[in-house]
Write a new protein. Sequence first.
Length: 509
Amino acid sequence: MSYTIALLVSFLAGVISLSYEILWYRVYSFASGSSPTTFGFLLGFYLLGLAFGSYASIRLCDGRDGTGNPRQLRALGAFLFLANAAGFLVIPLAGWLVTVIWWRWALPPVAVAAALLGSTLPLLSQFGLAPDDRVGAGLSGLYFANILGSVFGSLLTGFVLLEIWPLRRIAVALALLGISLALALALLARLRRLAVVVACLAAGGAALGVVTASPGLFNDLYARLLYKDNFRNAKPLAEIVENRHDVVVVAADRRVYGGGVYDGAISTSLWPDPNGIVRAYALAALHPSPSNVLIVCLSTGAWAQVIARFPGVRSMTAVEINPGYLQIIARHPEVNGLLSDPRIRIVIDDGRRWLRRNPEARFDLIVENASMHWRAHATHLLSIEHFRLVRDHMTEGGLFFVNTTGSPEVIHTLLEAFPYALRLRGFVAASSRPIRFDKDRWKSLLAQASTQNPPLLDTTDPAGRKALADLYRIEAEMEGRESMAARTATARIVTDDNMASEWRDTTSR
């Protein structure tokens, strides 16, 4: 094998390896519900596999020089073929395994694939370098080519391919690239004519098998990763949106899951209320007349749709990091009016970054409906630093309404940032002024909700009338600042450094 070919193979091996790792991370992160532990565990198994594969390759390297005889090229081609087959099969195998075992126990296939991929570079160094006084420089070149390929593969797959192709198509493309590379090495081994024919037929058969089998192997992949052991009892997913930001799926009941974790429902109904949307309506009784509104985490658009109907709302800025949600919103008449409402400006950006970039912006009402305090990167929107940034963007007497998802740390942190607070079903309203729940305004809103066409609350149904009676008494469910402070006194304040909300009780996810 010439050194130039060795460099090319090293580069392509880096492209394939890191591209697969990105796909694996997407799969396992979705299965874990975006747990912050996912990357660490995945990387651990990946490095374990690389180490074992590198060590095992010693047996193939002992006693062989670097002249690149045909047997060595064939061995290298075989290893590349097996490595790519294993890398490709990790994805559908993970989809099957998580339906029967915990997602962390489904990580060993990553180590197996990484072991085969890890054997490639040592073998390439042995077979592609002559044992002379320039071996050090040659080895450095191979490693540089591999690192360059890893960087290129990460950028290509992470920023380009995931934006234009679904995961299955990328995995197929990587498998075909690996098969082609293995075949090229076999042909370079100066095979006999019959062996060349056999190699071409084998490669062609493998490529055909990958293309034809992939629809079945990847069928219901995200449903398996989402529902796990309940997969067989669940209905098929209604919508799947994949892009480089994440994966968003819509279940048959219109519940939405972003990155594998519940992210709201496409519903503005007060009853039935699968979305907990009553908390959005309650804002009308907590703030007399918000004029300028900021929504951080637009998600399904249901909350923004409700708040946009409040009298007095003149402008609304909705910040969402994943543009995939806009595709979902556009397909559902209950919320797609957001996309054409001239008062509403939707910005695709990180909420905290947008606040930093717009220091002059001020809002009467800021709603932050981020889901699950334990999700990876949740600290970004739940830390004391972020809450202080939000406070600086509020008008005098403005209201901040944030989803704490029941975290004592988040509640304690919010109380540290704001002098006044009131909790309602997992959300906490915070302000620089006392917060009052207007009972008369609340009763008026409920009365209107039951008379709308179609009604948001069907009082002709006995269950609907009971729901209305319960909603009239919603003030009894609220918790004041003093009670929250006593209950969360021993909790830590969430900071950008300690990431307390993410790294508390993550062992079950």
